[in-house]
Ligand binder design. Structure first.
Ligand SMILES: Nc1ncnc2c1ncn2[C@@H]1O[C@H](COP(=O)(O)OP(=O)(O)OP(=O)(O)O)[C@@H](O)[C@H]1O
Length: 273
């Protein structure tokens, strides 16, 4: 059972802490450099939000870490180099991601979705498993995501937020301990956002969680650290307060519609629910 400590700035450093170390990462598309020498150190237990204007390179950075686009530089997960490895190998090393649109099997039940995610190498017959033989890992994912009461329902009937939680559950049963979530609360109701933030707190204490997000209120409420990307480079990094008070960040966001309102003052105290 995951009885995690809450995420905290700098992570919950312990003897066996995991980390992701990105060094001089570069991605180029036909001469255009979308990720331009990014350095990032992500510690287990630090709920990191990755923000930046449209086109800053956030999704491309996640794509590079997960092997979806070729990149140069280094991405090391607790010392193991990921650059050059295939997507499935990186996933097997415990690096999982979600996309902006949830991709669950709508006809299958919540349990079956989790079972498929967990069951690399098992026969299709296991999909017909009887209740009672659910693995502890799946039970834990059901509990953490709060989807236990919906386990036998087809995923297609789930609310938008619940589908995103199921996707996160699918990463958990794959034993992902680095989770990269691309705009997880886009299109969610206020209550769903709150629930999602609490879910991130539950999973974030013992894992490395990176949230790509445009929703600044959500970021303020739940981030323990923030990296701001701009034009493929890291523009600023720190606590929510530090980043909001950074004139470079304010300048980049000035006049952009979705970026909300980095505060002009250095003292800001609205975050943390
Ligand atoms: N496959 C591709 N081929 C060419 N250019 C691309 C490709 N993918 C992304 N880009 C470009 O790279 C830049 C970064 O895009 P990316 O989607 O990573 O930004 P982002 O910060 O995630 O933006 P958003 O917040 O709008 O999702 C953009 O200029 C985009 O047009």
């Amino acid at each position: 059972m995951t009885n995690a400590s809450a995420p905290a700035f700098g992570g919950n450093a312990g003897m066996s802490s995991q980390y992701l170390e990105v060094r001089d990462l570069r991605v180029t598309f036909d001469g255009f450099t979308a990720v331009d020498g990014v350095d990032l150190t992500l510690m287990q237990g630090d709920l990191r939000f990755l923000i930046g204007p449209n086109g800053a390179g956030k999704t491309t950075l996640v794509d590079a870490i997960t092997g979806l686009v070729p990149a140069t530089g280094s991405v090391a997960k607790s010392g193991v180099e990921l650059i050059g490895k295939k997507v499935h190998k990186i996933a097997r090393l415990g690096v999982g991601r979600t996309f902006q649109t949830a991709s669950v099997f709508e006809q299958l039940s919540v349990l079956q979705n989790l079972d498929i995610a967990a069951g690399a190498g098992r026969s299709a017959l296991t999909l017909l498993r009887r209740r009672g033989s659910v693995s502890p890992r799946i039970e834990e994912a059901l509990e953490i995501t709060g989807l236990g009461h919906l386990r036998d329902k087809p995923a297609g009937i789930l609310a938008h937020g619940q589908k995103q939680w199921l996707e996160i559950g699918m990463l958990l049963v794959q034993n992902a301990d680095v989770l990269l979530l691309d705009e997880p609360v886009a299109g969610m109701s206020h209550d769903e956002r709150e629930e999602t933030g609490n879910l991130l707190r539950r999973i974030g204490g013992e894992r490395t969680v990176v949230v790509v997000e445009h929703d600044m209120d959500f970021m303020r409420a739940f981030a323990t650290s923030v990296t701001v990307l701009h034009a493929g480079k890291v523009l600023a990094e720190g606590t929510v307060e530090q980043v909001q008070a950074d004139p470079k960040v304010q300048q980049v966001y000035l006049g952009t519609a979705s970026a909300a309102e980095p505060e002009p003052t250095a003292t800001k105290e609205t975050e943390n629910a």
